[in-house]
Ligand binder design. Sequence first.
Ligand code: MN
Length: 289
Amino acid sequence: MRLCRFNDDRLGVVIEDHVFDVSDILDTLPQYRYPLPRFDPFIARLDELTPQIHARARNAKALPLSNIQILFPVANSGKIIAAPVNYQKHLIEARADPGIHHAIQIAEIQKVGLFLKATSSLVGPSHGVILRHPERRNDHEIELAVVIGKKADRASETEALNLVAGYCIGLDMTMRGSEERSLRKSLDTFTVLGPWMVTADEFAKHLPAQLTLRVNGEVRQSASTADLIMSIPQLIAYASKFYTLFPGDILLTGTPEGVGPVHAGDVLIASIGHIGSMTVEVRAEENCK
Ligand code: MN
């Protein structure tokens, strides 16, 4: 199943090139009052709601995908966990390019661990990326994004994939420089997720997945998740040694080689195997006010 959020926070099931509005399902979620939970209440209930979602989709009106605004697929992620240098060839290119490493020694993921991005950096593909510091180098990083479906603390690698609700395409946009990763990667609009979440039951059999990122039609990144240094189960187990994972948490699994700068006016097309593609425009800040 492919789930998307669209237009004014509608929930939809995507089938081929149409979306079926199942937003009524959201009325069945528990009503929370302050203080609000730090997880995503819809993702937390996804398993039990799935039969109802299918039933409602069958009776819903079909809207062409080409006519809707696509938002990021998980509304209330509590945290975005991200893997630095998790592909060997990206490690080599990062060490070789002063424009990437900025005189900071780039160590393997086993030594660096993981980092967090601000949830306020999240946008969907229809929103696009806004460059707040266009005078700096701002890079594209395509990554397979994992949506955590269940609460987990110190998960084992064996059980890790059972904790996943689904997968989507991620762009871990990055301003290069000497500052901490969490600063350079948490600018508004610097985490693009979309175009929909493919549920784990459907996507798991399509792993490993091919990732491709094009800028203005030119292929910049092309690799397979088979080349991940730390695998998805290893990343989940490792992350949960430090952070309790909650439904809706996002795990960005790292970018392969081929990262490079983007500029206002560029059009990115990010594709991952069975998930599909999303088109993301890069804009200057002054054009957005
Ligand atoms: Mn990254």
